[in-house]
Design a protein around this ligand. Structure first.
Ligand code: HEC
Length: 148
């Protein structure tokens, strides 16, 4: 093998390595993105929970509800790329119709929560919080917490 041929071989190998790394990084970022949105939902729900248990004043309650409603609207887009991994079960994509319907319902329910809070008061909306936040019912089917 001439040195030039050998060099071409090395270049091809390095190029292939870089390309496969780039694909892996893309997938990781897609997973990171949906997890960032889920974590946002988690932090905002935790803040509301502190107000529910009266650990902190509830002056910001409606703002936290609005943050949840906004993040709920961002979530479906983050799951559109069919990238398996993270804590998502494969069913997210094999049962996409059901999964995306649940995401739609989630967005509608959180909008309703904000509407009730603004018209009838944060305390009234807080009284129904479990109904407005179907986090667990979706996780029971589509999230595998043992995956991390
Ligand atoms: C329609 C389905 C659905 C709804 C509704 C939903 N989630 Fe999730 N959640 C998921 C899926 C799927 C994952 C796994 C994402 C991944 O890692 O790929 C997840 C992951 C998470 C994680 C783990 C993120 C991480 O990587 O650390 C948290 C925390 C979380 N959700 C909180 C919430 C909270 C709080 C709510 C409600 C306010 C909520 N989720 C509503 C489907 C849902």
């Amino acid at each position: 093998m001439s040195p030039v041929t050998r060099m071409y071989g090395v270049v091809a190998m390095v190029t292939a390595l870089i390309a496969s790394n780039a694909i892996a990084a893309d997938d990781k970022e897609i997973i990171d993105y949906r997890e960032h949105i889920m974590k946002t939902l988690n932090e905002q729900s935790a803040a509301l929970g502190m107000m529910l248990s009266m650990a902190v004043p509830d002056d910001n309650a409606i703002a936290h509800m609005e943050a949840i409603a906004l993040a709920a609207k961002m979530a479906p887009k983050a799951f559109e790329p069919k990238v398996q991994g993270g804590q998502s079960k494969p069913e997210v994509w094999t049962n996409w119709d059901d999964f995306s319907k649940r995401m739609d319902d989630f967005a509608k329910k959180t909008d309703e929560m904000v509407r009730v809070a603004k018209t009838k008061g944060a305390a009234t909306a807080m009284g129904n919080i479990i109904e407005y936040l179907p986090c667990k019912s979706c996780h029971d089917v589509y999230r595998d917490e043992s995956k991390k």
